[in-house]
Design a protein around this ligand. Structure first.
Ligand SMILES: [Zn+2]
Length: 349
């Protein structure tokens, strides 16, 4: 009853709407976490970060640790048909875009993120080169501070980025990166790209299907799409352990991967992502399981940094492919007309 009253109160501000499964359209879903469960996760996250961060840590360094562009969900469900995990109700398009468009961070915070993310994006750049070839033209959707674009600079690839945050685009441009304000729907290349990548952004989009169809439009036949998304099945498995004897370990596993309190719009299952790619005219060619990029920095206690390295090392060792907290999926644009028909159907009302 308390949960229902809280939901009804929040829903009355008109920023939220109910939705069927955004991947398969099914209505039947199972609740993963309610208002009180999410509140308990947020409290655990603050306690976790409070233990591992220096007491003098400035507020701006809490961005992407306990403060995210998307606030915590009201309620999370999993689709009974495709196991997709999503907020329901979730933020309307205007409320969501406002949150990202207004996402501001100080230039110091952007610089910290840029430096912290570069080593991890160098590894992603190597994986892209191994899958897509040594050279080509590419587009990154949601390029943010530009760490991936920077990692691709000394390769045979020419990469551009788009992002809807004016501050992030200005920061990346100041670092000499080729970025533009906007989304993939605003991109009209003279000739098709060889690769489109969407890293740590796809799960936050209002309409991922429309983005995949745009990716198909700007990619050449056989061109590569790379997505990096949180694993919804992983989240469900480990959040179920928050109540058991392994609760302390489950907190660490989820928090080190930015999954505690679920600051995303949705997270994928193997089935839901395969379904989405197939409908948009893409054929998966490679799956790589991974952890979140390292986040320990100057403000993290030495014990916190050592623990993070240890937990992520162990996870990368034993949690491969769709057992991992984050999953990179590489898929090729189907060259056939059937792919175009599927993509057209995917955007049909
Ligand atoms: Zn579904």
């Amino acid at each position: 009853m308390r949960t229902n009253v809280a939901l009804a109160t929040i829903m009355s501000d008109a920023s939220y709407e109910f939705t069927p499964c955004p991947v398969c359209g099914a209505v039947a879903a199972t609740e993963v976490a309610g208002v009180d469960d999410i509140r308990a996760e947020v409290e655990r996250l603050w306690a976790f970060q409070g233990r591992r961060l220096d007491g003098e840590t400035p507020i701006c360094r809490l961005i992407d640790r306990v403060v995210f562009s998307q606030g915590p969900p009201l309620r999370l469900v999993a689709c009974d048909t495709c196991a997709h995990v999503y907020r329901n109700p979730w933020e309307r398009r205007e409320a969501l875009e406002r949150a990202y468009r207004n996402a501001q961070a100080s230039s110091i915070s952007f610089e910290h993120l840029y430096r912290a993310q570069r080593p991890a994006f160098a590894a992603q750049a190597r994986r892209l080169l191994a899958t897509a070839g040594a050279s080509g033209r590419g587009l990154e959707v949601g390029s943010y501070v530009g760490a991936f674009l920077a990692a691709m600079q000394r390769t045979g690839w020419s990469f551009e980025g788009v992002d809807i945050s004016r501050d992030a685009v200005a920061f990346a441009a100041d670092h000499g990166l080729n970025v533009a304000l906007g989304g993939i729907e605003d991109v009209h290349p003279g000739r098709p790209y060889d690769a489109v990548v969407v890293y740590n952004t796809f799960e936050q989009l209002y309409d991922p299907v429309a983005v995949l169809c745009s990716a198909r439009r700007v990619l050449r036949a056989g061109g590569l799409l790379a997505l990096r998304v949180p694993n919804g099945t992983f989240y469900r498995r480990w959040r179920a352990r928050l109540r058991g004897p392994f609760a302390a370990f489950a907190v660490r596993i989820l928090a080190h991967n930015n999954l505690l309190s679920f600051p995303y719009r949705q997270a994928f299952s193997q089935r839901s992502l395969s379904l989405l790619l197939d409908r948009a005219g893409f054929a998966p060619v490679r799956v790589v399981g991974d952890t979140l990029v390292p986040v320990a920095d100057h403000w993290t206690t030495w014990l916190g940094a050592v623990e993070e390295r240890g937990v992520k090392w162990l996870e990368r060792l034993v949690q491969r492919g769709w057992r991992a907290p984050w999953v990179e999926v590489y898929a090729r644009r189907r060259p056939d007309a059937a792919g175009d028909r599927r993509a057209a159907l995917a955007t049909a009302p």
